[in-house]
Design a protein around this ligand. Structure first.
Ligand code: S3P
Length: 750
């Protein structure tokens, strides 16, 4: 019994005390939420057991007696029995009573209430559905933690009382459940697909196998797949019998969808259509992974949960090794996008299997493109041509990826179907008007439906786009690319002028796909109406990922790190230039061209300490993603490092100026953020390699680069550094932890 909890109810009456009812009774009892708990059940034995277990104070065989004076009634019985019970208790209800239930279907519970109360359903009547349970049933299977970290859906009616709803929410939260409210119909449709259909399929499979003559052999040799898939077929038949009838309409619809999908699988296997089958299996597998991620990150679907943290301990002895960091994120995104709208097949190697690029890949699969892989960085995209994309069945989820959302805005504005794009909490705060505005000038119908010109982005198809010239107000490769991509479908010429050169992967790759793109100074142009032809794309290693190791080696005595086959496209090499100016011992070796992009091995040694510099503004767009890491280098340098002209950093995955300044201060570094940059007073001394950072706790604000940058601070820390929210590292650098540990960083991920 918890002393801190407050009694919420005078008397709680359970009608039925099976698995769910008795588990909730256990919670109410343990947390002391009610003065009295009573129950009425059909089985006398259950009442005796409930008393013996200490779950109830009084047991009744008659529901009307049990609910006398109760201020909370929980109907925890088969949904089919709801109407009979409501009829029995109708005349003895308190005026302020709260009545809820725990059934898996909701429309029929509401129908039952209508049948009994007509238009006067009590305002405290709020149906509910805890999405928890097990294949076991009965009072003895109940557990006090059955609902912990599970969802409970409440379906208030139009006349439901807000106080009653709040009380129910508090009750379920006391059971450590997450409460979601939705309307009755939506509940039944969602559950038909996510719960009722899978149960029916499990019963169906076991029934099918059990009816075979060789059933004994089958069950004896049944492998893990059968065990996993059929587990839920051991559930209570009576309960599922009731549910299948109670939610008949929605379930039958779901079954029809299942039959159609199964038929498609049957057809492609019959026809031995290998490409189609790989496409379907790959899509399903990716969708499964994607949904996992969505569930973990989408606040609309689930409470935000931070799933990972890094802890870096002081005393790293060495930072050495030769590493190949994963593929370039910008190039990976574009390889899928361009491959999808090309004619013919595109083979990609070195593809970044990080969540951002996978979000792009999933979006195109959702638009009907058959894509094989990724497997060991290899992807095959079966292009559908400029007019072959199909309407996705639901919103496209872009995760954490601004590049996906902004570039796709251009492509989707030119399609003949409507689309909506959503993202995770970080992406949902990022400005989308910067791309929506110019696209509107071309005739696109695009809306940023978030509060401040932020996602979701909603696009109306069937618009005829006109080519135009646009002077970019900010140096942004994403905006440039989004406009040029819309220009592929626009009438006439589309051109952009950038204030400073930004990464030119779009221009280079369009040419690799056989599309003419002109560049004159800072002006880039193309003419709509052409086509792309599938090709081979070799994705270089991402210099933005390499940058963490470059900085790590530059600040660590005797470090010796070589990063192999890194992309050194001149629009991306600001980090090399800046580190060199700060005095790092850095050499670019073995330069060569691979897949149209220059690459090289980059070697950095910890032979000399760094000095602060005023970072040249022309380097800013060329190192835009590397500043969080460079700030760590600046903190270790002697003297001041001044960054100006970098206001764009404030609208990245987080406000990187503020978030880095906060973190640096936490770790004992004197720095001052400014509107468009930062001044960092380095704590280093030329020729000395002493510790720079105190220990401390860093909040990464869902920003992968913040998390990885502060990890490198661990190479010069005096006490442990804990970094929260590091799960986003997987968006761009899924092997970061492993490579950092291999190099010698004392990093624990948990
Ligand atoms: C990117 C462009 C840059 C960069 C981002 C990737 C791209 O964004 O920060 O990580 O692939 O075009 P901006 O266009 O916002 O500068």
């Amino acid at each position: 019994m918890s002393d801190s909890s407050t009694v919420m109810f005078e008397k709680v009456a359970f009608i039925g005390l099976g698995l769910i009812g008795s588990s909730l009774a256990r919670v109410i009892r343990e947390k002391n939420l009610a003065k009295q708990i009573v129950a009425s059940t059909r089985s006398v034995q259950t009442l005796l057991d409930a008393k013996q277990l200490g779950l109830i104070d009084v047991g009744y065989s008659n529901a009307a007696e049990a609910v006398q004076d109760a201020d909370l009634i929980v109907l925890a019985l088969p949904v089919q029995a709801t109407q009979t019970v409501l009829k029995t208790i109708k005349s003895v209800l308190r005026a302020d009573v709260i009545i809820t239930d725990v059934g898996s279907t909701k429309a029929n519970v509401v129908d039952a209430a209508h049948a009994v109360f007509g238009q006067n359903i009590p305002t405290g009547f709020i149906p509910g559905h805890p999405i928890a349970g097990s294949e076991h049933s009965g009072i003895h299977a109940g557990k006090v933690d059955l609902f912990a970290h599970h969802k409970v859906i409440l379906t208030p009616l139009a006349n439901s009382d807000q106080d009653a709803l709040n009380k129910l929410i508090t009750l379920w939260q006391a059971a450590d459940a997450e409460v979601i409210c939705m309307d009755v119909q939506q509940h039944d449709e969602v559950l038909a697909h996510t719960s009722h259909l899978p149960h029916l399929m499990a019963f169906n499979l076991v029934e099918q196998l059990a009816n075979r003559k060789d059933n004994l052999d089958i069950f004896r040799y049944a492998a893990g797949g059968f065990r996993d898939f059929s587990r839920i077929a051991a559930s209570d038949p009576q309960m599922w019998h009731d549910i299948f009838f109670a939610n008949k309409r929605a379930i039958l619809e779901a079954v029809t969808g299942f039959e159609q999908q199964l038929k498609q699988f049957k057809d492609v296997i019959e026809r031995q259509d290998s490409q189609k089958l790989m496409g379907m299996l790959g899509h399903a597998r990716a969708a499964r992974q994607h949904f996992n991620h969505m569930l973990a990150n989408n606040p609309l679907m689930e409470k935000q949960t931070v799933t990972q943290q890094f802890r870096i301990l002081p005393g790293t002895q060495k930072f050495v090794g030769k590493f190949t960091v994963p593929g370039d994120k910008s190039v990976s995104h574009r390889s899928i996008m361009f491959g999808a709208i090309a004619e013919g097949t595109t083979h990609v190697t070195g593809f970044l299997e990080g969540e951002d690029a996978l979000a792009t890949l999933q979006a195109f699969r959702d638009m009907g493109v058959s894509i094989e892989g990724p497997k060991n960085g290899e992807v095959t995209v079966h292009g559908v041509g400029m007019h072959g994309l199909k309407a996705p069945v639901s919103a496209l989820y872009m995760g954490n990826s601004g590049t996906s959302m902004r570039l796709l805005s251009g492509i989707l504005s030119a399609q003949d179907f409507d689309t909506v794009m959503t993202g995770d909490p970080s992406l949902s705060k990022r400005p989308m008007e910067r791309i929506a505005k110019p696209l509107r000038l071309m005739g696109a119908q695009i809306q940023t439906t978030g509060e401040k010109g932020t996602p979701p982005v909603s696009i109306r198809g069937k618009q005829i786009l006109q080519g135009m010239h646009y002077d970019l107000p900010m140096a942004s490769a994403q905006v440039k690319s989004g406009i040029l991509l819309a220009g592929l479908w626009a009438q006439g010429e589309t051109s952009v002028t950038e204030p400073e050169p930004t990464r030119d992967h779009t221009e280079r790759m369009l040419r690799a796909f056989g599309y003419e793109v002109k560049t004159e100074g800072n002006k880039i142009s193309l003419t709509g109406g052409g086509k792309l032809t599938g090709t081979r794309i070799q994705v270089p290693s991402d210099i933005s990922s390499a940058a963490f190791f470059m900085v790590g080696a530059a600040i660590t005595q005797d470090a010796d790190i070589t990063l192999e086959a890194v992309g050194i496209n001149p629009t991306r090499t600001g980090v090399i230039e800046i580190l060199k100016q700060m005095g790092a011992d850095l050499s670019v070796e073995n330069q060569r061209i691979a897949g149209g992009e220059p690459i090289a091995d980059i070697r950095i040694r910890g032979t000399q300490t760094l000095k602060g510099i005023h970072i040249p503004e022309d380097q800013v767009p060329l190192a835009i993603d590397e500043f969080p890491a460079l700030f760590i280098a600046a903190a270790c340098a002697e003297g001041q490092t001044i960054l100006t002209g970098a206001a764009e950093l404030r609208v990245k995955e987080s406000d990187r100026i503020q978030v880095m300044a906060d973190g640096l201060k936490t770790l004992g570094i004197d720095c001052t953020p400014t509107a468009d940059g930062i001044v960092i007073n380095g704590k280093g001394k030329i020729g000395e390699w002493s510790t720079i950072f105190t220990g401390g706790e860093i909040e990464s604000h869902h920003d992968h680069r913040i998390a990885m940058s502060f990890s490198m601070a661990g190479l010069r820390c005096a006490a442990p550094i804990t970094i929260y929210g590091t799960e986003t590292v997987a968006t761009s650098f899924p092997t970061f932890t492993q490579l950092a540990q291999q190099a010698g960083l004392n990093l624990e991920a948990s």
